[in-house]
Design a protein around this ligand. Structure first.
Ligand SMILES: NC(=O)c1ccc[n+]([C@@H]2O[C@H](COP(=O)([O-])OP(=O)(O)OC[C@H]3O[C@@H](n4cnc5c(N)ncnc54)[C@H](OP(=O)(O)O)[C@@H]3O)[C@@H](O)[C@H]2O)c1
Length: 264
């Protein structure tokens, strides 16, 4: 019996397959249901996993990861239902879809766990946030952890907090990419080449990220430590304050939170 099947072998599915293979899984443990022939070929060639377009292939799985877009998720549940065994654990990574909706679409009693991952999972620096559905037990949650820990950090929250989680760690990588883009553009505006601008912005983001994650000090303290009164950083921070960047971040996060509520 295959232990693990991914339904949807897109970008996030692929990141998790790669992570599972870096963890305790071998290719023979993993199969994928993926209708796109080109994607199927990429996954088979890159990871040696079995890929099929037939939803019936989940019949051999004890854990099924739903990694399709939220818009097709309910239709996918319908396709999978005849092939599920009562002990199959379902993990959904679809943004904004509640476990109660999945439980209603699947056979009664099936355990469902919802996870909000993020794309830094590709580089083993993901943030995956788990919420148990009504039928999921501690052993189910332990199996889900085993799958997501190889690609980064794992936290467990009440499902009611998942919209806030989506607004911070789910959408959050894009906020940092946005800042890097803006720094690169500003560096080019100061006369640096695009290549130099890229290296400076990216390495600075990386260095600051590693530092804030390893330091016992808060982000605010680290910022104060590099902001001498009357210095260059103080001049820059004064501009960020004048342009109300903190308030802009707050309203961006609120907009993502609201959108997540609307989608669910
Ligand atoms: N990417 C992120 O940053 C991120 C972060 C957190 C959560 N998520 C969640 O992860 C899920 C997948 O996102 P993604 O970015 O990986 O999307 P994606 O790249 O579009 O991958 C979805 C894959 O599922 C395939 N598919 C469509 N219908 C199917 C079916 N009936 N059976 C099996 N496979 C089917 C798609 O094939 P076709 O292309 O042929 O339709 C595609 O290859 C979404 O629910 C999203 O909310 C993504």
């Amino acid at each position: 019996m295959n232990q693990l099947t991914f339904v949807g072998g897109g970008r996030m599915g692929e990141a998790l397959i790669a992570g599972a293979l870096r963890g305790s899984f071998v290719p023979a443990d993993i199969s994928v249901v993926e209708p796109d022939g080109a994607r199927a070929q990429v996954l088979t060639q890159s990871y040696g996993v079995e890929v099929s377009a037939d939803p019936a292939s989940i019949a051999r799985s004890s854990v099924v990861v739903l990694a399709v877009k939220p818009q097709v998720l309910m239709q996918v549940c319908e396709q999978l239902t005849p092939h599920l065994s009562p002990n199959t654990l379902i993990i959904s990574i679809a943004a904004g879809v509640r476990t109660s909706a999945l439980e209603a679409a699947l056979p009664p009693g099936i355990a469902v766990v919802r996870v909000m991952p993020n794309t830094p999972a590709f580089v083993n620096e993901g943030m995956s946030v788990l919420s148990a559905g009504s039928q999921a037990c501690d052993a189910d949650m332990a199996r889900v952890r085993q799958l997501f820990e190889p690609v980064g950090k794992v936290l467990v929250v009440d499902e009611a907090d998942q919209d806030a989680v989506t607004a911070i760690s789910g959408s959050g990588p894009a906020y940092f990419f946005y800042l890097v883009e803006a720094m690169e553009a500003a560096a080019v505006g100061l006369g640096l080449s695009a290549e130099v601008a890229h290296v400076l912005a990216v390495q600075t983001a990386r260095g600051a990220g590693v530092m804030v994650s390893q330091s016992a000090d808060s982000a605010e303290t680290l910022r104060h430590n590099v902001t001498s009164p009357g210095g260059t950083t103080a001049a820059a921070i004064a501009q960020l304050d004048e342009h109300q960047v903190k308030q802009a971040v707050e309203s961006a996060v609120k907009a993502a939170h609201q959108r997540s509520i609307e989608l669910s």
